[in-house]
Ligand binder design. Structure first.
Ligand SMILES: *Cc1c(COP(=O)(O)O)cnc(C)c1O
Length: 402
């Protein structure tokens, strides 16, 4: 009997996120494999020269070169687009190549970018140092107040770029308010959604035009691969974003796309568990005598807690911890940990702690760091999948050493 098509669940957009992440985007080869296949090929052959011409001129759909078209990447992109509620997506070799493409694809010499200054180090380099070298000026603002974006807008502003929550200080940007400001000035909003994840925050629904991820973080979630993805409307993704990817080549390897596809199947389980561990740890650290301040979006003490509740479906797997005694105390604390590893990666099954002032943000002056809230005692903790009581015992031992 042929499959019935009047089942409402034959339409993947009616699936819940957990179902989308297991089945979304799957395409089976003639062998009807259950798990997705890896197409580890660079090129494709054509039955006739006419067929090749028809593919190159878009008369028929088909793949012609893995720099910009590969069935394993198609599956990964479609699965992510389904989760994000985006019309289209393109995968990249790293989070930074995704961000660089998203920004560069929307500007040309003479344009202007406004960005929140609390950014991942590489993202800040792209808007503050790289783009001005090609005639695209940028203004960095304190992203916590939308009025600062309004003030910085110029007639030639084409892109507004933000992260929320920010790295490493866990500040928030009101995505809807900033999207409205960007659009009123004819600019596009790009949101780097790594810290919130696609499960807990939906920038496109809040008005963003493009969303970027470093898939290296929660999407891989097990510290194995580098990757990135940009999502948005068909017009932007299949136009500017695809053209720049196709012609400059920061393409994701099909092997890594396959790994990421398999990782998406378990992402809700992992991220929900990591987030509930993080919430427990934030509660424990808050009010600890050796701790000045814990920044975690779902703690009532977070200065933007009300915005967090409005814009995010859950807290985060990340928090910022300011310990008493500055850099020396921060080093003593992290050096005494046994389960939690010292590492600048994040979103991993393994809990990771880093001292941003001397690692990810060491290239900035002390003044710039302080302006961004990176105090000498600040540590960023990425909470993993270990037993939460073990993690709390590890942190307690570390804090006792200060
Ligand atoms: C890690 C990260 C990036 C860069 O991603 P890579 O995969 O390391 O290139 C960009 N933005 C944020 C918020 C990140 O955490």
């Amino acid at each position: 009997m042929p499959k019935l098509t009047n089942n409402p669940l034959s339409d993947p957009s009616n699936w819940s996120p957990e179902t989308q992440l297991v089945h979304g985007g799957s395409r089976r080869s003639q062998f009807n494999e259950t798990s997705e296949a890896i197409f580890l090929n660079s090129g494709y052959s054509y039955p006739t020269s006419q067929h090749a011409e028809d593919i190159f001129t878009h008369k028929i759909a088909g793949h012609n070169y893995s720099r910009f078209a590969n069935p394993t990447l198609d599956m990964f992109q479609d699965r992510m687009a389904l989760l994000e509620g985006a019309e289209a997506a393109r995968a990249f070799a790293s989070g930074m190549s995704a961000v660089t493409n998203a920004v560069m694809s929307q500007v040309r010499a003479g344009d202007h970018i406004v960005a929140a200054r609390a950014l991942f180090g590489g993202c800040r380099y792209v808007v503050e140092d790289l783009m001005p070298r090609f005639g695209v000026a940028s203004t960095l603002v304190d992203g916590r107040d939308p009025a600062n974006f309004e003030q910085a807008m110029r007639p030639n502003t084409k892109v507004v770029f933000v992260e929320s929550p920010t790295n490493p200080t866990i500040e928030l940007v009101d995505i809807k308010a900033v999207a409205d400001i960007a659009h009123a000035h004819g600019a596009r909003l790009i949101v780097d959604n790594v810290f919130a994840t696609a499960l807990f925050q939906h920038p496109l629904k809040l008005g963003a035009d493009l969303v970027t991820y470093s898939t290296t973080k929660h999407i891989d979630g097990q510290g194995r691969t580098l990757g990135g993805i940009v999502l948005g409307s068909k017009e932007l993704i299949e136009g500017d974003v695809h053209t720049l990817l196709r012609q400059t080549g920061p393409s994701l390897s099909p092997f890594n796309a396959w790994l990421l596809l398999k990782s998406l199947e378990t992402m809700p389980l992992r991220v929900e568990k990591m987030t509930s561990n993080a919430a427990r740890i934030a509660d424990y650290l808050e009010g600890h005598p050796k701790v000045v301040r814990v920044a975690y979006p779902f703690l009532k003490s977070h200065p933007q807690h009300e915005l967090a509740k409005r814009q995010m479906a859950n807290g985060s797997t990340l928090m910022a911890i300011d310990v008493k005694g500055g850099r020396e105390a921060a080093f003593k604390f992290s050096d005494a940990l046994s389960v939690i590893l010292i590492s600048n990666n994040l979103g991993d099954a393994k809990s990771l702690i880093t001292h941003p002032g001397t690692t990810t943000h060491q290239r900035f002056t002390e003044d710039v760091r302080l302006e961004s809230g990176i105090t000498p005692g600040l540590l960023r903790l990425s909470v993993g999948l270990e037993n939460v009581d073990d993690l709390i015992k590890d942190l307690e031992f570390g804090l006792e050493q200060i």
